[in-house]
Design a protein around this ligand. Structure first.
Ligand code: AMP
Ligand code: MN
Ligand code: MN
Length: 334
């Protein structure tokens, strides 16, 4: 069923015990959306739990409110039917993104709030709006509709995802509504330099040292338009970095002049790789990710692969992406 914000708020009014679910390999937008939605709905008197079936990266646990707000699968799996009467899924484009919560999708009434163009509309009510820069911005619209009284921390938690999913207000998805909603949150007490300092100017030294090794693996092809690198469990182990805390550096690689598509193949379990894709100006990487069973946005997308021969898989995928680039460049007028 197709939905909009009104249908979402109507359902929230009708239900008291709400389970908020985010996606595996969580990012800033996901934890921000869950935390701010939880704090906001609690101000309405709802009983709310916010859960992600995955570990939260260390850079996001730097925010004490995130650490205190987000629970794990095992925290809620007992008596889940008695404890909750509505499930709201945030920032997740397909059922596999919610991890073990996938098996409960048919037993709950499910509201889906998301901004991925690749969303498969798997909820009972789906508010999916790819014109939104982040899911956190959609959460802001919901809490605004309810006239929630923001305190500084709620404003910070809500602004965090709007900032991270727009690359701190510089990607193509940073349209005028992003700045208007962000300005509202700053008026309500959010502090953008606190958020930026905590995320951007707080890099563990080991991550910078790891970057040297990623640059050693860097390869450039397709007349300089594609740059890619590899990050293995062995490279992480050298610096004692856990896979869940690993930076991918895909955005650093994209910043190289003339590069249109950046790719990082990141091993997160033995023989299992997450492939992060970024484009700079025109290539639609969400289409590439969809083809490989993943999803995302035109400028940022991803998918997972299982392989015992990563060099061979990289060669095949990079050749496929080069072909896509050659074919689509013909349709473009610059
Ligand atoms: P990442 O490269 O992991 O930062 O992901 C970039 C974007 O692609 C984010 O919006 C993710 O939600 C989306 N994405 C990444 N991996 C997947 C996947 N396996 N399935 C669907 N969407 C994904
Ligand atoms: Mn996300
Ligand atoms: Mn998002």
């Amino acid at each position: 069923m197709k939905g909009n914000i009104k249908e979402i708020t109507k359902e929230i009014v009708k239900n008291e015990k709400i389970l908020l679910v985010g996606h595996i390999l969580p990012d800033g937008d996901d934890v921000s959306s869950l935390t701010s939605m939880k704090l906001g709905l609690e101000k309405l008197g709802k009983k709310v739990s916010a859960v992600i079936d995955d570990d939260i990266p260390e850079y996001l646990l730097q925010f004490p409110t995130i650490k205190a707000s987000i629970e794990s699968f095992k925290d809620v799996e007992n008596n889940i039917y008695q404890n909750f009467d509505l499930m709201i899924i945030l920032d997740s484009s397909s059922p596999d993104r919610v991890g073990r919560f996938e098996k409960y999708l048919n037993s709950f009434r499910v509201l889906l709030i998301d901004h991925h163009v690749t969303n498969t509309h798997f909820g009972n009510i789906n508010w999916v709006d790819p014109t939104m820069g982040s899911t956190a911005q959609m959460v802001y619209r919901i809490l605004k509709d309810f006239n929630i009284d923001y305190d500084n921390e709620l404003a910070n938690m809500n602004l965090l995802g709007i900032a991270t999913d727009t690359g701190f207000f510089k990607y193509q998805n940073a349209g005028s509504t992003v700045f208007r909603d962000a300005a509202d949150l700053i008026e309500k007490g959010a502090n953008i330099s606190y958020i930026a300092n905590t995320i951007l100017d707080n890099t563990p030294l080991e991550h910078i040292l790891l970057y040297k090794d990623i640059l050693n693996e860097l390869k450039i092809t397709s007349e300089g338009r594609i740059a890619y690198s590899l990050l293995t469990l062995g490279m992480l182990a050298k610096y004692n970095i856990l896979p869940k805390d690993s930076p991918s550096f895909v955005e650093n690689i994209r910043s190289i002049r003339n590069v249109e598509i950046a790719i990082v193949f990141q091993e997160y379990k033995e023989n299992l790789y997450h492939v992060s894709l970024r484009s700079k100006k025109w290539a639609d990487v969400s289409k590439i990710a969809l083809k490989y069973g993943g999803g995302g946005h035109p400028r940022a997308a991803g998918f997972s692969i299982q392989t015992r021969n990563i060099e061979k898989s990289i060669k095949e995928i990079v050749e496929d992406i080069s072909k896509y680039l050659r074919e689509s460049i013909g349709d473009l007028t610059f």
